[in-house]
Design a protein. Sequence first.
Length: 141
Amino acid sequence: MKENLIREFDKAQDMPMLNDWLAAHCRPAIPAEMLPSLGIVLFNGVTLEEQAALWLYMDNSVGVCFCERVVTRPGLSLKESKAIILEGLEFLKQRAATMNYGVMFVRCYPAIAKCLKGKGYFEDDRPVISLFTTTKEEPHA
């Protein structure tokens, strides 16, 4: 029997938890509007304590998806974090396959990437910097 459970991310319920976790990891808050509809929260089936959250961004023109925004509950050990992240990625990988996505990229921090190597994930070792901008003008104050 699996010890961990998975449910879909609920923006109304889970945003405070997510932003608390991000702050504890010295990462900026994420605007709810930037999160795709397919997000999951993994939690311990015994204690019912949330353990991690992951999202899957899905391209609407080709069978490629991107798992991003991986975050774990502060205080988890590396071993616990690795196990819960691998479980979440496997869930999203299976869900993506059922929706006809053939390739899943994972954008993550180096510590997570180290865990994924040898688990069927391949590294693109080109130096890449992630940038973003808004597509709409900000309202004037």
